[in-house]
Design a protein around this ligand. Structure first.
Ligand code: ADP
Length: 161
């Protein structure tokens, strides 16, 4: 079985992430979205909350699963027996960072192939960070995240204000 992981912070999952997951799900028999716990990044949502937001977003994708992980991404890949790792590439922001990480991961786990999918033009400038900023300032985030994520974001930024 071809298994791929799609790791990230997903704080929270956006339509850009979902677009990558939907496309990757057509390439692999099983795709596991790995929610990196990332406590040092002080995420807005806990790992459990992020996993739940992802779970609700992928109900229509039967071969996509979600799990949280901590530690090295390559160790998570080994644990779930993945042959490939999927990442999304936005035009300006991602290439250099992904390249560096890919070189390191290749040393750590040579058999794991990296598959980068180009971000959809609609979501090129969408990041979880910008999204949280817009939401906290009362901006309209419709169309950028699934409805349940928008609701969770509004609730969370209000409780922090
Ligand atoms: P990380 O902390 O690893 O960057 P993110 O949750 O921000 O985690 O992103 C996870 C993956 O999704 C990364 O490969 C990132 O480049 C990609 N990604 C983020 N936003 C988008 C988007 N709008 N369109 C496509 N891919 C994206």
């Amino acid at each position: 079985m071809t298994i791929a992981i799609y790791p990230g912070s997903f704080d929270p999952i956006t339509n850009g992430h979902l677009d990558i997951a939907t496309r990757a799900a057509k390439l692999f028999e099983k795709l596991i979205i790995g929610v990196y716990e990332a406590p040092n990044k002080h995420p807005l949502f806990t790992a459990e909350e992020r996993v739940e937001l992802v779970r609700q977003a992928i109900v229509g994708l039967p071969n996509v699963k979600v799990e949280s992980f901590s530690g090295l991404t390559v160790d998570f890949a080994r644990k779930v027996k993945a042959q490939a790792m999927v990442r999304g590439l936005r035009m300006s922001a991602d290439f250099e960072r992904e390249f560096d990480m890919a070189m390191m991961n290749k040393r750590l786990f040579p058999r794991l192939e990296l598959v980068c999918l180009m971000a959809n033009v609609e979501y090129q400038f969408l990041s979880s960070t910008l999204l949280k900023e817009a939401a906290s300032l009362g901006g309209n985030i419709n169309g950028l995240v699934p409805e349940h994520v928008a609701a969770a974001l509004r609730k969370r930024v209000h409780s922090k204000m």
